[in-house]
Design a protein around this ligand. Sequence first.
Ligand code: HEC
Length: 333
Amino acid sequence: MTRRVVLAGLSLAVSGCLSDPTPDSASASGLSVSAEQALLTELAWIAPDADKLRILTQSPGECLRSPTKSEDAYLVEVGRAAFSSPLLFGGQAARGGLSCASCHRDGHDNSAFFLAGLSGAPGTADVTSSLFSKVREDGVFNPVPIPSLVGIAGKDAFGAHAPAPSLHAFIASAVTDEFQGAPPPDIVLRGLEAYVAWLDPAACSGAAPRNVRRDMADVARALTAVGQALRRGDEAAADFLLVSAQSALGRIHERFAGPDLAPQREGLESLAGKLAAARSALSGDAISTANQIESAIAAMDLVLSDLNAHRRLSLYDIDRLEAALKTIGEVKE
Ligand code: HEC
């Protein structure tokens, strides 16, 4: 059966890029704003009746326990970056900017998730739908609630539809069968598995405001993990982490829309440029890559303090955000 699928906003994916001319990473870095583009990519999967302002400005808070062994800690950092990276998915899902975190907000469920054609009630998704996968399509519209992933590590089967015997098997199949991504490097799958396994109800940080500090800290964590990957000679992980960091910068860039914030966007673009340079140096010159990363990390403080100084003009600010959502009819006057 073919179902007609309405892609709410998914076609408004990011196009073009200011920092890296290759088509591959162009969509990945996401550093472009065009008038037609949705205000914030995330809006595409927030249910029409949900409290958009709250969702876009509050986070439920992560429940991540810190591993003591450095090997585990490294894997968790790789997985943490991958969890919010759209690059894991192929086709429509990736182009729409969807990542694990879109459905599992901070690793939890997401009662406000809604994509026409994929969701029934808000908070559900049909993970065997042709929207994302030809392999998994079962011809039946059977959305199920998005579960929280916190504290699931001890279970002996994962997923209700096509139960997998291990977290690794479930995640590998979710990424490649369900969302038709090219198989990511094994280290990324192991990272996701570790990240999910270390989500622990006893470690919840509690709801917190979403702000530029927190988002930039995530970029810095991904870059620190790049450094670790380089020291391990793990080029595939370094490359994946770099592209993930570029896309995280792209999400911050979206929040600094508007004619008065051009210098702040330029700061972010110059950071993304350093990451692009680090990527191109990856295959040949490890020292030059490491230098680019160091220079990006060193530049982050200055960029962050400028972004933070202008946060009230950005879409991190609830009043600005509300006004912007009103102009595009996303919230009522
Ligand atoms: C479109 C929304 C969506 C996205 C994106 C998504 N998930 Fe899920 N996830 C679900 C739904 C719905 C289920 C329940 C499926 C079922 O029961 O068969 C689920 C189940 C799971 C489970 C099993 C939980 C359990 O207790 O058995 C794991 C683990 C998981 N997802 C991890 C991930 C990871 C890692 C990613 C990113 C690679 C991801 N998910 C991306 C919606 C999503």
